[in-house]
Design a binder for this molecule. Structure first.
Ligand code: NAD
Length: 401
């Protein structure tokens, strides 16, 4: 039996790391689950649902008694310092190289499992938070665009005349991009897409987009991700994309290269070439932006060079959090599946012989694993069981965040 805790996430996060359904499964498996009061409120799961699922709903959680602390927002250093040595955290960490948090985890011998480090293997798919949240984000990005667009997405043939379907361009055909294409297609838009991975053309076509061939060599790096293009290839890509973007009503950008700033795929001039009223949603705004001038969390207006108004550029950062119920449901299942790897003979374990645990382990037993080197940590002795010696036990109610 292990003790698992679920904190109330700091605002503006609306998701929660475990939903009642996942809690029920963990309690059935014999574990104790402590939920901070109000943890699921923003995801529409009241405390009573957690209690009915078998959780202990508490105003303050004694961190020193927790084996596995689940979370969505990266935990601050003081929370990592308040856990007991040997405790494990499971959640998102970006940025994974925050020195203060790494030092706090290592000083306290806390194991930090980061979803950003999950290996992208078939077996790991059930734990892949990046994918589950990208799915939600791709869907949401299209809805945000549709609401801002002063036109229909679908073709409408009416007695009052014919309305042509909206033209949507999607750049980056990973998990978010594929979902964006599928969602825009379901709304009736004509969709064209581009990516630089070799399989991306086929993947884009399989969900109903035409593929924009930009004439650059396919660029696949490690782990099935893209690798960054050089300057001249990027220039050629932009030149090839420019007429498609100018002709689009909506541009959705999702392109990313792990560990690098987002590739700059559209300049301000390319955006200004769009018709007035057109909409750009940049899902990469928080990591540097695929679109020049996009600002994280903000809407920016770019005057259309054709006159008659602006193009709206929305640097969306909360796309998954804006769907807190289902995004949390998927996230929680991913977390639950990781927790199942951490229990051996009913006790907490950090099995570094498991490629998923070894890959996710950002810190363990006082050491930080090298970036991009899953499994680089040396196998360690069983985690110490003694609670943290120094200081009063912390609780969320005392405002540890
Ligand atoms: P991501 O979020 O890292 O990037 C999004 C997309 O941007 C990727 O498709 C990438 O190729 C693309 N991109 C990068 N630079 C670009 C550029 N200059 N121009 C256009 N597009 C550019 O990627 P992701 O969505 O996490 O998925 C990437 C790949 O990994 C996909 O093939 C996906 O199917 C695969 N994947 C595998 C697993 C698994 O096996 N467990 C899980 C998730 C994703």
């Amino acid at each position: 039996m292990i003790t698992i805790a679920v904190p109330r996430e700091p605002s503006p996060e609306t998701r929660v790391a475990l939903v009642p359904e996942a809690v029920r499964a963990l309690v059935r498996a014999g574990h104790r689950v402590l939920v901070e009061a109000g943890a699921g409120a923003a995801a529409h799961h009241p405390d009573a649902e957690y209690a009915a699922a078998g959780a202990e709903v508490l105003r303050g959680v004694d961190l020193a008694g927790v084996d596995v602390l689940t979370h969505v927002t990266p935990l601050p250093a003081r929370v990592l310092g308040a856990l007991r040595p040997g405790a494990v955290t499971v959640g998102l960490q970006a940025p994974v190289d925050d020195p203060e948090r790494l030092a706090a985890a290592n000083d306290n011998r806390v194991t930090v499992l980061a979803f950003e480090r999950l290996p992208r293997t078939a077996r790991a798919q059930a734990m892949d938070v990046l994918s589950s949240q990208a799915l939600a984000a791709g869907y949401r990005a299209v809805l945000e665009a549709a609401i801002r667009l002063p036109r229909f997405f679908p073709l409408a043939m009416t007695a009052a005349g014919t309305v042509p379907p909206a033209k949507v361009v999607v750049l980056g055909v990973g998990v978010a991009g594929l979902q964006a294409i599928a969602t825009a297609r379901r709304l009736g838009a004509k969709v064209a897409a581009n990516d630089i991975r070799p399989d991306s053309a086929e993947e884009a076509r399989s969900v109903g987009a035409t593929f924009i061939d930009v004439g650059v060599d396919a660029a696949e790096g490690a782990g099935g991700y893209a690798r960054a293009l050089g300057d001249s290839a990027t220039e050629r890509q932009r030149a090839a994309l420019a007429p498609h973007i100018a002709d689009a009503d909506v541009l959705i950008t999702t392109a990313a290269v792990p560990g690098r700033p987002a590739p700059r795929l559209a300049t301000t001039a390319m955006v200004a070439a769009m018709r007035p009223g057109s909409v750009v949603v940049d899902l990469a705004a928080a990591s540097g932006g695929n679109v020049e001038g996009s600002r994280p969390g903000e809407e920016v207006r770019v005057p259309s060079a054709r006159g008659g108004g602006d193009v709206t550029v929305f640097g969306i950062t909360s796309a998954a959090s804006d769907l807190p119920a289902d995004a949390s449901r998927l996230y929680a299942k991913n977390v639950q599946n990781v927790i199942e790897l951490l229990v051996r003979d009913g006790e907490l374990a950090v099995p570094l012989d498991d490629d998923i645990v070894a890959g996710m382990a950002l810190t363990h037993d006082g050491a930080t694993s090298a970036a991009g080197a899953p499994g680089a940590l040396p196998p360690a002795a069983a985690p110490p069981a003694s609670p943290a010696e120094a200081g009063e036990p912390s609780s969320y109610a005392e405002g540890v965040r």
